[in-house]
Write a protein that binds this ligand. Sequence first.
Ligand code: DP6
Length: 349
Amino acid sequence: WVLMVTAQTPTNIAVIKYWGKRDETLILPVNDSISVTLDPEHLCTTTTVAVSPSFENDRMWLNGKEISLSGGRFQNCLREIRCRANSVDDEDKGIHIKKEDWDRLHVHIASYNNFPTAAGLASSAAGFACLVFSLAKLMNLKEDQGALSAIARQGSGSACRSLYGGFVKWVMGNDDNGSDSIAVQLANEAHWDDLVIIIAVVSSQQKETSSTTGMRESVETSALLHHRAQEVVPKRILQMEEAIRTHDFPSFARLTCADSNQFHAVCLDTCPPIFYMNDTSHRIISYVEKWNRSAGTPQVAYTFDAGPNAVLIARNREVASLMLQRLLFYFPPPPATELTSYVLGDKSI
Ligand code: DP6
């Protein structure tokens, strides 16, 4: 027999960034972060996990190609899930798995991204969230989403926020064992569905410095990172929560842009400096800043993760379609820029 579970998980975009760990193994951050989860049909991972007595090893295929499972992060997630596994009984299929059987049963995992993996867009967040969620279903875990987020966090920090839709906060927590470093939902996907997210793929090349390496070097060498974590982010988190609660777009945009810029300032403050944005990214920032100034009130927020691609959040659909027209005019694709639209809570514009 073979028992299978399939799940689909979208990626998330941080508006208050996670950058820096206080514990590298458990993946415990130096500050809280807040993100927005994309619609499931855009930038998502679909994962099927299967268990069978005939499987001799744990194996995984990513986009059809087998990958190694020797990495510590994958093993940590699997271990955490296995030790919480429960019995499974499927009378129709004649499947009876006892709790203790999970220690000797092996899993096969097939995962697909519905976007090019090489596009330099965050894939580890959706990937680990989906892996943990589907394995938890397969092994009949009784834990709530918060506890599952703490397991996904050990795969990739940002993954813990993808277990919820809408606006999500990753609470850094205080415990050394990481039990209180979990994601909580601030508001569901229906709360602010005027917002439209556009991702401008500025470069489809893989980033030179991974997030993991980059943040390690920032923690070791950037004084700005420590100032940011202790003095800046705690206040911004409160302001951002309030902006989301009250649909205050000007505050939301101001905080999102400022936090992205400070994250990249931390990267520059790192020794040796890390450059994630390129000239096109900088031109997009200048363009959005000018547009917002001339409109008198912010219409669009921008944020950049560990790469040059712009994530633009428009206050509504009208602004989003205008923005898309203008971006296509000023940054014409191809070959300079490929633009794809991803819309929060609705269909593509
Ligand atoms: C810039 O979650 O990819 O996207 O925990 O080492 O796997 P690891 O890092 P990762 O870092 C994401 C960094 C970021 C900001 C964010 O998503 O909050």
